[in-house]
Each structure stands twice: as structure tokens, then as C-alpha cells.
Design a protein around this ligand. Structure first.
Ligand SMILES: [Zn+2]
Length: 317
């Protein structure tokens, strides 16, 4: 089979680039994601996340977030033959590009906004098109999954951010959001949302994973979940393999429909990887496994990239 194009909903490679540790050009640098391997595996669109590390929060979060965005823009400017920025529906038409990877800039953590809604417009102007309202902790918008007992909905600012993201055409990412925040976002948002890098709680009871009820509701709102490759989200104990990724994909397809499943590797953000899916170049094995698991060619195309493409067409302007 000719492998389908892939849309990967999350990687953390940007931070390594900005810290000067890697160029993201060379598979021998020791990372999990780089442009040569991503291209050879058929990655047509990569969400490149600006993850703001704990030591910058809260007071330096805006500066660090902007530094990461500047790094991403520099990466794009320096390598126009390899990557291009996706900011609107028009750009989606270029995917898959025969030689280049589309990059969708996302920010992981509403801390970048400080307490200011206008910062959302600023990062939009800079090209950011997806935002996770929180990482694992509480911020001015909402509570993350690490705040286990608060059972909090969004703050006033969090609610304004959701509505402004709808107006601007930005994708709301609920992957790190606490459960009450998840329900609140789905109540409020006029556009479908994504959990860009999470797994199924029914198969691995981790706070970063979504329950079957959440998956069904995500599907009802035409959202997409990108399955995360982190072994601790895939399996409650012991090392994970590519088979576990397939297990989660099958479960989510069964519970929420195949139109709800995507991929969100979390490459370069995870300290362990599943056996047989250790870097972006190994994506093709996963495609073969999905066919063997009984998905049709059309369904594999949806899981690989079609579902995220449909979601982005619904959200971006
Ligand atoms: Zn994350």
C-alpha cells in the first residue's frame, strides 16, 4: 500500500531547537523527531508545540513563550525548502506538499497570556493556531489535570479565551485540562476541539487520558484525539510497544468512531518510547499494523491525517 499522509498533533522538538541542543535536521542528533525522518515517514503536517517549562512560570512565561515562537519562526525562515507555516484554510490545500512539511504552531499552556486576552491576539498575529488552555497545573484560565481535587470550571478569562479563539479561528486543545474544564469547554466552544496528545483512560487509568464518556462527547462535538505514544499513558505498568498504540486507537474508534482518532506522538517530549515506534521514522510500521488490525485503507487514511485535516478545515479561517 502507498502510505497515507500523516498529521501529528504534538511534538516538543521546538524546545530542543531553541535551547541550541539540536538542529532538527539530522537523524544522528539523538532526538525522536527531525525533518528528514518525518518527511520520509509521510508526515505532511506537524503541530510544533511551544511548551513553557515550569521554571518560567508564572512571571517569565510570556517571555519564554514568545522566545519559543521566535525560534519556530526562525526555523521556518531558515528552511523554506523543508517546512512551511500553516495559518489558514488556504494553507491546508497545500497538504500534502510533495517535498515539505506543514507546521502548525501551538502553545502548550495559557500562561503565555499572563492575565491578558490581548496576548491571545498577539500570538495569533505571530502565527499560533492552537493553544492548550493549561499544562498540568492551575493558571489564570483553568485548572490542569494535576489539580485533582479542585473540580474547577474555567475562570472568566478562560471563558473569554475560548470564545475569542472561536472568533479568531484557533484550535482549542484540551489534552492537559482537568475534567470539569473539559466539560466546560465543550459547553462553551462553538467550534470542535482537540485533545492533541492523550490516550484512553479505559485502557490506562492516567489523569492525562480521556474517559469513554469524554471520548463520546468529543466525538459528538466533532473533535479529534491524537493518540499519545508515551508508555505511561499507554499502559499502567511495564514497557509499552507499538501494539499498545494500536490498542488505544482501536478502543477509541470503537467508543467514539474512527472519525475521532488521530495521532499525537509527543515525540521529543517523552523520556520513554514504545518499542517499535521509537522515532518519527517508524510511523510506517504503525500504518501496516492498523491495516492488520482490520481498519480499511480509507480508515487508516482518516486516522493518519484525514480526521485532523477535517478538524482544521472546520476551525481555521
Ligand atoms: Zn503535553
Amino acid at each position: 500500500m502507498k502510505y497515507p499522509y500523516i498529521i501529528d498533533g504534538h511534538c516538543d522538538s521546538l524546545i530542543h531547537f531553541v535551547n541550541g541542543e539540536r538542529t532538527l535536521q539530522d537523524p544522528t542528533e539523538g532526538g525522536q523527531w527531525d525533518t528528514p525522518r518525518a518527511r520520509s515517514a509521510g508526515v505532511a503536517l506537524q503541530f510544533l508545540a511551544a511548551y513553557i517549562e515550569a521554571e518560567y512560570k508564572p512571571f517569565m512565561a510570556t517571555a519564554r513563550g514568545l522566545q519559543l515562537i521566535e525560534g519556530a519562526l526562525r526555523f521556518l525562515t531558515d528552511h523554506p525548502e523543508q517546512v512551511f507555516l500553516v495559518i489558514g484554510k488556504q494553507d491546508l490545500k497545500r497538504i500534502p506538499d510533495p517535498g515539505r512539511i506543514g507546521i502548525l504552531l501551538s502553545v502548550e499552556g495559557g500562561e503565555i497570556l499572563g492575565q491578558n486576552l490581548f496576548m491571545l491576539d498577539i500570538i495569533y498575529q505571530l502565527g499560533v493556531r492552537a493553544l492548550g488552555l493549561t499544562w498540568n497545573q492551575r493558571n489564570a484560565l483553568a485548572d490542569g489535570v494535576g489539580e485533582a481535587d479542585t473540580r474547577s470550571r474555567l475562570t472568566n478569562l478562560g471563558q473569554e479565551v475560548v470564545l475569542r479563539m472561536n472568533t479568531l479561528g484557533m484550535l482549542i486543545d484540551v489534552s492537559h485540562l482537568n475534567e470539569e474544564g473539559f466539560w466546560h469547554v465543550l459547553d462553551l466552544s462553538k467550534a470542535p476541539v482537540a485533545a492533541t496528545h492523550s490516550c484512553a483512560k479505559a485502557l490506562c487509568n492516567h489523569p492525562r487520558n480521556l474517559s469513554d464518556e469524554q471520548l463520546r462527547t468529543l466525538a459528538k462535538h466533532k473533535g479529534v484525539l491524537g493518540v499519545n505514544f508515551y508508555p505511561q499513558f499507554l499502559k499502567e505498568s511495564g514497557p509499552a510497544t507499538r501494539e499498545d498504540v494500536v490498542r488505544h486507537i482501536c478502543h477509541i474508534a470503537e467508543i467514539a468512531g474512527v472519525e475521532t482518532v488521530g495521532l499525537g506522538s509527543d515525540f521529543d517530549g517523552i523520556s520513554e518510547v514504545p518499542g517499535g515506534l521509537e522515532h518519527v521514522g517508524e510511523y510506517s510500521y504503525l500504518m501496516d499494523d492498523l491495516l492488520k488490525a482490520g481498519f480499511s485503507v480509507k480508515e487508516v487514511e482518516l486516522i493518519a491525517g484525514g480526521n485532523f485535516m477535517r478538524l482544521l478545515s472546520d476551525v481555521l479561517k
